[in-house]
Design a protein around this ligand. Structure first.
Ligand code: MN
Length: 500
């Protein structure tokens, strides 16, 4: 379902004709080699496309406009091989609308001490040309990623690969459409916000549908289709009857199977990639969508509970950005529930009423049924599991009234110290960096929500770069965070966004 396009990135090399055709032939040869080798490395998630060396105002402007027009192009990587006078880049940069990366590298790794002469220096002057180019991009206030180092270095290639995912997030953001089934939960502030501004800033379309319209789509799913999906569940997951009647249990599971198929068909027909539900507004649904929503998240849909459309869009966005990550560990919607405050074992139990994505599961996945402590429906079937261990990034997008802020927290997901046999929901246990006391305090000072979009497969840098491309504020809570500096950063950001 993820369906992200086969994106490509253009590799554009800057130079000028000051040093003659022989020099330009070397420039083209060098950039060809770099593009070929980077493609061959197998480390980039998307293909690089070589473009002829950019020499003049007209060429640069034309190339950037072609990049704008090309639906497959998710961004341009620029490299100043020699000296490329930056006034030539002004019009092209002004008209360019996609993510931009400045790879500040040079063809040769080492200074050729024994043979270097003036011709060599003139031809290989990235240190000079990259500064001239960087100046105009900064002067024009254009957001871009600067990656420095030799193009064969593992960490340089990794930075390019990482940035490519951010760029795809930027490209795909404007294709995210969120279906709201019912409104936000009454009286809850942080999950709400300005949907018009979200569309202006991120391109997200957020539309409401009457719950019973989607209920009709659920009821239209045939018994045969439902039964086939129930069989799939029973073969894929472990059934935990826990004394419940086998036949009744299966009927309850079938309700979720029918919801999964009905919701999916409705979302596909109307072209939505994320959905929000509300336990208090279920119309003719027999159960709160639990297992059904978990399965939709696994297929790549974004989700937010209680009407939380911002988190739903973020989950979808992060799933797209992480798509195809080798050995991916998963991306999900989560909620901060309860703390462990034992010294040395501090952490937050992450869960939700039901809706956690099984991509993050470590090991066996069970189907359970239990009463919900809220609402007035049947006991819903849900997938229950424990999350993998490892580093991840938790994000919360909030609306401060005059701007959006993305809060990004590095977290360490750990195995819970003991089993929780009576907990009937999927869970993770994590400690926010730099530690629980600082991490939770910073999160609260920043106004972060109780809902998060979480991924093991993305980094704070990628999420912050996405926010920068969107023109919104981002704050990082990580190993370097101190409360004194963090509070100052929030104050300074306040002034910056007020007077910008
Ligand atoms: Mn919630």
């Amino acid at each position: 379902m993820l369906n992200a396009k086969k994106y490509k990135f253009w590799f554009c090399t800057g130079s000028q004709d000051l040093y003659g055709d022989e020099c330009l032939a070397h420039v083209a040869e060098h950039s060809h080699i770099i593009v070929d080798e980077l493609n061959k490395s197998g480390k980039l998630p998307f293909e690089l496309v070589w473009k002829p060396t950019l020499l003049t105002n007209e060429m640069i402007r034309r190339t950037f406009n072609e990049a704008n027009q090309d639906e497959e192009c998710a961004g341009v990587i620029t490299w100043m091989h020699t000296f490329s006078p930056a006034k030539s880049w002004i019009l092209g940069l002004q008209e360019y609308r996609k993510p931009l990366c400045h790879l500040h590298t040079q063809f040769n790794r080492e200074i050729p001490y024994d043979t270097i002469d003036m011709d060599f220096m003139n031809e290989n002057q990235s240190a000079h040309g990259g500064r001239e180019y960087g100046h105009i991009v900064s002067r024009m206030g254009i957001e871009r990623k600067v990656v420095v180092g030799h193009w064969e270095d593992e960490d340089v290639i990794a930075s390019l690969a990482s940035w490519m995912r951010t760029a795809v997030g930027v490209a795909e953001s404007s294709h995210i459409r969120v279906m709201r089934v019912a409104d936000n939960m009454r009286n809850v502030a942080v999950t709400d916000g300005d949907k018009v501004e979200a569309q202006i800033k991120f391109g997200w379309e957020v539309d409401a549908y009457p719950v019973n319209e989607i209920v009709d789509a659920v009821n239209a799913v045939s018994k045969a289709d439902t039964d086939a999906l129930v069989e799939e569940y029973y073969s894929k997951y472990t059934i935990l009857l826990e004394g419940r009647d086998e036949k009744e249990f299966r009927e309850h599971v079938a309700v979720q199977a029918q919801i999964e198929l009905g919701f999916e068909r409705f979302l596909q027909e109307k072209n939505y990639q994320a959905i929000v539900t509300h336990f208090g507004d279920l119309g003719g649904l027999k159960q709160l969508p639990g297992l059904a929503i978990q399965r939709l998240m696994e297929k790549g849909y974004g989700f937010g509970a209680e009407g939380d459309w911002k988190t739903a869009a973020m989950v979808r966005l992060m799933k797209i950005m992480a798509e195809g990550t080798p050995n991916a560990k998963g991306t999900t919607f989560f909620e901060d529930y309860t703390y462990n405050l034992i010294h040395g074992k501090e952490g937050i139990l992450q869960s939700h009423m039901l809706e956690v994505c099984p991509t993050i599961a470590d090991g066996e996945i069970f189907i359970k049924e239990q009463p919900l402590s809220m609402g007035d429906r049947e006991d819903p079937a849900r997938l229950v599991f424990t999350a993998k261990e490892g580093k991840g990034v938790a994000t919360s997008l909030i609306d401060l009234g005059d701007r959006f802020r993305l809060i990004i927290n590095d977290v360490d997901v750990k195995k819970p110290e003991k089993d929780m046999p009576k907990l009937p929901v999927a869970k993770a246990f994590w400690t926010p960096q730099p530690d629980l006391r600082t991490g939770a305090a910073a999160w609260i000072y920043a106004g972060g929500a109780h809902h998060t979009a979480f991924s093991y497969d993305l980094t704070a840098e990628q999420m912050g770069d996405w926010a920068a491309c969107m023109g919104i504020e981002a704050v990082y809570i990580d190993k370097d965070t101190t409360i004194r500096n963090f509070r100052n950063e929030l104050r300074w950001n306040e002034a910056y966004y007020k007077f910008r």
